[in-house]
Design a protein around this ligand. Structure first.
Ligand code: FES
Length: 78
């Protein structure tokens, strides 16, 4: 499948051990039909399912047995 001629492909970058970085804005449709919108130019989508703001990454993937600090929450929902 390729992008239509009038629209560039959306870039998605895989961060090893971390989120998917998607060029925004992004609208995510959850399994229950709920919609989450981020207007950020780059949106970090959680793939570890530990984020407290799922589907957006809150950097909880970085935790190794310590509580998530407020200062860690530098990416995600916009
Ligand atoms: S990928 Fe899940 S919190 Fe970052």
């Amino acid at each position: 499948m390729s992008a239509s001629p009038d629209r560039a492909a959306t870039r998605v970058s895989v961060v090893p051990g971390g989120p998917l970085l998607v060029e925004g804005p992004v609208e995510v449709i959850l399994p229950d039909g709920a919609r989450r919108l981020s207007e950020r130019p780059v949106v970090a989508l959680c793939v570890c399912r530990r984020s407290r703001i799922y589907p957006f990454c809150d950097t909880s993937h970085r935790r190794r047995g310590r509580a998530c600090r407020e200062s860690d929450r530098d990416v995600g929902e916009g």
